[in-house]
Design a binder for this molecule. Structure first.
Ligand SMILES: CC(C)(COP(=O)(O)OP(=O)(O)OC[C@H]1O[C@@H](n2cnc3c(N)ncnc32)[C@H](O)[C@@H]1OP(=O)(O)O)[C@@H](O)C(=O)NCCC(=O)NCCS
Length: 182
């Protein structure tokens, strides 16, 4: 059930001029011991949350990679990705990027997102995709600025009435991915 525990220090972050914070975040693979802290952050950040049981399933799946970000013992972020094969091409699906509210707007989300992209690329993924609520403008700006483009609107993805954008990076054929109406 345990993943390899290899601490990864993010490189020093370029912070916005109005920020006085300069700590480096440390990322490490999520373990069962982190699930309560992770659940607290999940509930703070997401309207549609994964439960602790969902994370237990993810921890036992070698295709899923979940990370927790912390600083001075405080959990401040989370992120993950899943590796899948679609039409013969290896895809990285970014499944979560989140920074606790009091740490947002200082460059940590971008650093975390870049780390997840780099992990997918290191695993040999030729294409990337993710899903984001159509009203989550902050996250969409981040993804666009890292080269992701709108691919398809998924209706009811996170439950009845929800409108979710799939965004992609890379030149693969993304049609037919889970939830794609085409
Ligand atoms: C999305 C999220 C991870 C961004 O993290 P962050 O640490 O605040 O982001 P950063 O400070 O690294 O900023 C990265 C980019 O995000 C976008 N962004 C950040 N705050 C923004 C705001 N208030 N309005 C619009 N865009 C914003 C910008 O493109 C920004 O780049 P810039 O500073 O060069 O303009 C964070 O807002 C979050 O955790 N949100 C709740 C969880 C969530 O919705 N996750 C995404 C699920 S798909």
């Amino acid at each position: 059930m345990k993943q390899n525990v290899t601490a990864v220090d993010l490189p020093p972050l370029v912070l916005k001029p109005d920020s006085e914070r300069g700590q480096a975040l440390t990322l490490r693979p999520l373990t069962e011991q982190d699930l309560v802290d992770n659940d607290r952050l999940e509930n703070e950040l997401y309207p549609h949350t994964w439960s602790i049981d969902d994370y237990l399933v993810a921890l036992s799946d070698p295709a899923e990679h979940c990370y927790i970000a912390y600083s001075e013992g405080q959990v401040v972020g989370m992120g993950g990705y899943e590796i899948i094969k679609h039409k013969g091409v290896k895809h990285g699906c970014i499944i979560a990027v989140g920074i606790t509210k009091s740490w947002q707007g200082m460059g940590y989300g971008r650093a975390l997102f870049r780390f997840l992209i780099a992990c997918c690329e290191a695993e040999g993924c030729q294409a990337l995709h993710l899903e984001v609520d159509d009203d989550n403008i902050k996250a969409q700006h981040l993804y666009e600025s890292e080269g992701f483009v709108f691919n398809v609107l998924l209706k009811d993805w996170y439950g009845p009435g929800s409108r979710t954008l799939r965004m992609t990076r890379g030149s693969a054929d993304f049609s037919g991915l889970h939830g794609d109406p085409n």
